[in-house]
Design a protein around this ligand. Structure first.
Ligand code: LMR
Length: 392
């Protein structure tokens, strides 16, 4: 049976992760996979997570199944966190294995509602968005998003392309910390996007994988809430990987708003059946950690503070790296890196440059030149900047 099985194409991001792990050089620098790292290169368990987990271990009396859609306490806590005012009668939620699971189930849901589905993806976007849609056989189109000349979002181009979106198309948006460019939308841009989606009757799917990493929890939610507050239909895929540091525990949630109670009930039932047909019940442990943190004022305050220190560290690294690159290359254009948000920036390096960085400088970046700023330290910044200046 498997003699003719074609080899699977390795994922671009995960390949860099494996190559880095296999490199014996001591001075190697990992700017590949999007994982937060502290100054000492570790990805720590947050104290709020640790305390929440200890509480669960002490108090949990059963490992019996939760609901098919996942623990309602978790789902409601996430919906309240991301939407603020939750129109309960229009709400449907689903716990999933990670944000990727939420994206996949959101695509499945949309296809069940619209069999001739088109999904619009920003150019560029997280490579796995395209890969998942291809694996599912769902048609997708790109909308222009990033202008490499300025390092910012090209909003007129985005709006022009999305002007072709049809009723019931799905438009995938990055809630904050655009992956891979770090170029986010302003409040005015979100508002223009809301006008356009309303006019076209297209439905947003917001990928929210980096909440709290741009400018703060409330600030990072302000844009997407413009959409959830005004549009009749709204989808969001939440990830607990980065914001709670729960990467391997796979915490995700679909948050959906239908036009009314009847639609919300249909969405709820469909989402639950998607879980049933994929893996039956979603993982619970990480979700329960998140629900415990969000439901306890002390733990929530501790989490907010830790999230804020991760954000501050990244934004400080951004400023230092922008300075170092400006100095190493003599090009002040790099200052835009300090303006961009989240873990990623796109340096626009070709395949040869990326290979040279890896082979000659032991600096690992994803193809296309995406860097994870959180992989830098004050000590490694000069070497990383010199490597980039060298290959450019
Ligand atoms: C990334 O973009 O590096 C992260 O979202 C991790 C992943 O799974 O790709």
């Amino acid at each position: 049976m498997f003699a003719h099985l074609p080899a699977a194409e390795p994922d671009k991001i995960l390949r860099v992760m494996a190559e880095f792990a296999a490199d014996p050089r001591d001075d190697k620098i990992d700017l590949g996979v999007g994982v937060y790292k502290a100054e000492d290169g570790t990805t720590p368990v947050l104290k709020a997570v640790h305390d929440s987990e200890a509480r669960i271990l002490e108090r949990q009396t059963t490992k019996g199944y939760t609901a098919l859609s996942g623990d309602p306490g978790f789902r409601n806590a996430v919906a309240e966190l991301v939407l603020g005012d939750v129109p309960q009668e229009r709400l449907a939620t689903l716990a999933t294995p990670g944000g990727t699971g939420a994206i996949r189930q959101a695509f499945e849901l949309a296809r069940k509602a619209q069999s001739d589905l088109t999904v619009w993806l920003s150019d560029p976007t997280w490579t796995n968005h395209e890969a998942i849609l291809d694996a599912m056989g769902i048609r997708w189109r790109r909308y222009r998003y990033y202008d490499p000349a300025t390092g910012r979002a090209d909003v007129p181009a985005m709006l022009e392309d999305l002007g072709e979106a049809a009723r019931d198309d799905l438009v995938l948006l990055h809630g904050c910390c655009h992956n891979p460019t770090g170029a986010d939308l302003t409040a005015a841009d979100w508002s223009a996007l809301g006008d356009l989606l309303e006019r076209r009757g297209a439905v947003p799917l917001v990928d929210l994988a980096y909440l709290g990493f741009a400018d703060g929890i409330e600030a990072d939610l302000a844009g997407l809430r413009q959409l959830s507050h005004r549009l009749p239909e709204f989808l969001l895929a939440f990830s607990g990987s980065k914001s709670f540091g729960l990467y391997r525990d796979r915490v995700g949630c679909v948050v959906a708003l239908g036009a009314g109670q009847q639609a919300a009930d249909a969405i709820s039932g469909t989402l639950a059946s998607l879980n049933r047909h994929s893996y039956a019940f979603p993982p619970d442990h990480g979700a329960r950690i998140v629900a415990t943190i969000l439901g306890d004022p002390g733990l929530r305050a501790s989490w907010t503070e830790e999230l804020s220190s991760m954000r501050t560290r990244i934004n400080t690294l951004r400023r230092s790296f922008a300075e170092a690159l400006t100095e190493a290359t003599g090009d002040p254009g790099w200052q835009v890196l300090a303006e961009q948000r989240g873990m990623f920036s796109l340096l626009g390096l070709g395949d040869d440059a990326v290979r040279q960085m890896r082979e000659e400088h032991a600096v690992y970046v994803v193809g296309g030149g995406r860097i994870n700023v959180a992989g830098l330290t004050p000590a490694s910044i000069p070497a990383a900047a010199r490597a980039i200046a060298d290959v450019l």
